[in-house]
Write a protein that binds this ligand. Structure first.
Ligand code: BES
Ligand code: ZN
Ligand code: ZN
Length: 499
């Protein structure tokens, strides 16, 4: 989808559809009054008849009969003015695009970005509208052979500004940023959506190299031999049941003015398929576990965006990748693995594999002399139960780092909620025969998983993001179509920009 920006008197702007935003209730809505007047009160009428109240993401279409140059007006509800946020605007843009796609219109114009100009600066508005539109226009259809199904996408979005508007340059710059960020999110979504027979650890390593090609990102891949030399017994233990060899993907972007500035390290879990291993998962929803590499996809997506935006920081993504399958050679419950850190791990459940591959990746991260390490992982079903699909779980060993992440979450609408990583929880992962065990019982499963990771992340500032609930959407949302959310890319990008 192409986004363009220009100034024009909206009443004479020719387009098949013009989307305008409306708050709930009464209020001075400059543009709406102007259009309503030109339409002989058509807008006032749908409101007075009760067909349109302006509730969040409500829509109604009006046919203009030539009274203004636009063929249709799409009214989009913005909700209550006092509850408005930049995420509501992102949603409104997503809602507009979804509505227009259903009508089969391929070009949309909008003034959505003008309404709340007193609340946000033009750059923020441009970015939010671009993100909302592009992210809702996403669909994963490369495996569909029916071309008809692919057609239904918006091709052009025009952001129209009034003739006297001052912030056009900023709006344009914001929208260009939104495009680059959305590209990173959709890159992650594609990787997550592709099935497990396509996306293997080797595929992911190649995809990272391809992404880096011709850019300022450097990718190195440590293969099985390299892992053996490094003593990565935990990562190797998980990979043992599969014919697909594991890969440790390292993508490095050096944007800092000082080339040797300490980097921010993002560690992303990339289990390309999680069957549970010998502790086999129930079959009903097992197919969804192709998304168990969402953390790795987010880490690579964030590097891609950091490079595209030339963020002035050094950033390294470390993505441990393996396939978790049962076989005659697979790791068994009760086995003890020796991790790269030297700590021994009793594997009581082979389905708690994410923390095992992360353990070695977190140990490896120490070599980068990191300013901070953030790991991101679809780690525990317990997190989905605790927080549902609207918040990512946050834990860590450093207050400032957690605060920076929480702030980035608020700003991007990818919200985080902290869980307590208190001392008593750590008892739950004590093993009788090894240094630690990989499960902590039914209680507080998200926290005991983090307590496990903390043992390997103890020598630097570290935070852990559990995206088990947020990585996948079971239904269409305003700018997250059903399926892979690509969560984490926008959050991590904003975090890197803020620090
Ligand atoms: N990949 C899963 C966690 C998951 C569950 C992600 C649902 C997304 C949606 C993880 O590897 C896992 O299976 N965890 C176990 C841990 C348990 C055995 C301690 C779980 O959550 O059941
Ligand atoms: Zn698992
Ligand atoms: Zn898993």
């Amino acid at each position: 989808m192409k986004i363009n920006t220009f100034r024009k008197n909206i009443l004479i702007h020719k387009t098949s559809c013009l989307a305008i935003g409306k708050f709930e209730g009464r209020g001075e809505d400059g543009i709406i009054e102007e259009i309503d007047h030109a339409l002989d009160g058509m807008i006032s009428e749908v409101i007075s008849k009760g067909d349109f109240k302006g509730k969040s993401n409500q829509t109604v279409v009006l046919y203009t009969n030539g009274k203004v140059a636009a063929e249709r007006i799409l009214m989009v509800g913005l909700g209550k003015r006092k509850d408005f946020s930049i995420d509501k605007l992102r949603e409104a843009a997503g809602t507009a695009v979804t509505a227009v796609k259903k009508m089969g219109v391929s070009k949309l114009s909008t003034t959505l970005h003008i309404l709340p100009s007193e609340m946000f600066n033009p750059a923020e508005l441009g970015q939010a509208v671009a993100e909302g539109a592009l992210l809702s226009n996403y669909s994963f259809d490369e495996l569909k052979t029916d071309k008809e199904e692919k057609k239904n996408k918006l091709r052009t979005l025009s952001l129209v500004l009034p003739l006297n508007h001052k912030g056009m340059k900023e709006l344009k710059a914001g929208s260009a940023r939104g495009e680059k960020i959305s590209e990173g999110v959709c890159f992650a979504r594609d990787l997550i959506s592709r099935p497990g027979n396509v996306v293997t650890p080797s595929y992911l390593a190649d995809a990272a190299k391809k992404m880096a090609g011709g850019s300022d990102v450097n990718v190195t891949v440590i293969d099985k031999r390299g892992m053996e030399e490094l003593g990565m017994g935990a990562l190797l233990g998980v990979a043992k049941g599969s014919k697909q060899p594991p890969k440790l993907i390292i993508a490095e972007y050096k944007g800092a003015a000082e080339k040797d500035e300490r980097p921010y390290v993002i560690v992303g879990k990339a289990i390309t398929f999680d069957s549970g291993g010998i502790s086999l998962k129930p079959s009903a929803a097992m197919h969804e576990m192709k998304m168990d590499m969402s953390g790795g996809a987010a880490a690579l997506g964030a590097i891609k965006v950091a490079e595209a935006l030339k963020i002035p920081r050094n950033v390294i993504a470390i993505v441990p990748s393996a396939e978790n399958l049962p076989s005659g050679e697979a790791c068994k419950p009760g086995d003890v693995l020796t991790s790269m850190s030297g700590l021994t791990i009793e594997v009581q459940n082979t389905d708690a594999e994410g923390r095992l591959i992360l353990a070695d990746a977190l140990t490896y991260a120490k070599r980068c002399n990191p300013k901070a390490v953030v790991d991101i992982a679809t780690l525990t079903g317990a997190c989905l139960i605790a927080l549902g699909t609207h918040a990512t779980g946050l834990m860590g060993n450093n207050e400032q780092l957690k605060h920076q992440l929480l702030k980035a979450g608020e700003e991007t609408g990818e919200r985080l909620w902290e869980l307590p990583l208190w001392e008593p929880y750590k008892k739950q992962i004590e093993s009788d025969i090894a240094d630690v065990k990989n499960v902590g019982g039914r209680e507080a499963g998200t926290i005991t998983a983090a307590a496990f990771l903390e043992k390997f992340a103890s020598k630097y500032h570290w935070a852990h993001l559990d995206i088990a609930g947020t990585a996948w959407s079971g239904k269409d949302r305003p700018y997250i179509p059903k399926g892979a959310a690509g969560v984490g890319v926008r959050l991590l990008t904003r975090f890197l920009e803020n620090v």
